[in-house]
Design a protein around this ligand. Sequence first.
Ligand code: NAD
Ligand code: UD1
Length: 341
Amino acid sequence: MNTVLVTGGTGYIGSHTAVELINEGYRVLIADNLSNSEPEVIDGIEKITGVRPGFEQLDICDGPLLKEYMDKNSDIAAIIHFAASKAVGESVEKPLKYYRNNLVSLLNLLEEMQQRSLSNLVFSSSCTVYGQPDKLPVTESAPVKKAGSPYGNTKKIAEDIIEDSIMSNPSLKSISLRYFNPIGAHPSALIGELPRGVPDNLVPFITQTAAGLRSELKVFGDDYNTPDGSCIRDYLHVTDLARAHVVAIKRLLGNRNKKNYEVFNLGTGKGISVLEMIKTFERVNSLKINYTITGRRAGDTEQVWADTTLANNELGWKAESSLEETLVSAWKWEQYYRKNN
Ligand code: NAD
Ligand code: UD1
């Protein structure tokens, strides 16, 4: 049974990935400083899988503590590095916090991996590295553009750091996964997305409006050059996204990677507008969302969706859930969470 260290594993995507890894027979260790998640998430993972993952409250930016942790857990075969700060707006106000947290954590991990000849790293990247692509759907060979925010820049720099490390250390292998827009929750509703304060992202804002926590949803612009004027994104079910991490881990551990550094887009390959999202949410959950059209949000990309050919062919991975089931799962989670907290 291979052991996988999941940094940021009590977070939104990390917790869903821990479930999929456990279901595939991996031993999972979670290291998270709980800066943006709750320890109860571990209970949710245990309820779903019947297995309690190892958990340590640990700041990956703390080099000496990370070293101690790695010494204690010398059987780690691969690492999935989710731990990062991810609020785009906050990163504009506090860029140094973002550069420090997202880059020092990665540097510490890479140094530990190098010292222990630990080879396998999966990294959480983002479609934000493409900015507004010139061609849609966007492929992995599209140019990486100047990031729209310090957060986005940390993803671009992190990818460069990993690639450069591999050039100098051929025993290191890594896969960067560029996520499009993960949404929804585990079908059990025992784990899901837990935004702190007012959500920045569309789907948590929709579900909180439906739950009565927010009086109205603001649609940021209907004057874009898109069929209905609202922005277009590629929304994928978080469980599909989680499965892709298991595939990436198997590829690295099985030495099936074609290059020591590989990059894959993870999306559905379909672009959906904000207004389509609201209509679909209303239809599948038999609800009405109170929304108004307001001005554009600074820094928003007009439209982006993934070309997933590479992930389909090379990883044998495809997003399987429909938008309908994904939006049902998001609402089920919101209701479950409100009832129990
Ligand atoms: P999240 O905030 O729910 O999870 C991140 C976890 O990392 C949290 O539990 C937080 O407590 C932890 N963490 C942060 N800094 C840490 C540190 N220094 N040491 C230990 N733990 C730390 O976020 P998420 O949505 O699950 O995102 C996971 C990863 O995926 C992040 O790297 C994020 O940038 C990336 N990503 C997310 C999205 C998205 O839409 N959610 C899109 C693209 C990329
Ligand atoms: C944003 C980040 C991206 C990050 C991702 C996950 C930007 C430019 N991009 O993606 O880097 O990886 O979050 O944290 O911030 N919308 C509304 N009303 C709302 C909220 C959103 O209309 O209240 C619209 C937005 O304008 C956008 C779409 O919904 O068109 C999706 O927004 P969001 O969920 O925030 O994701 P992104 O902006 O794609």
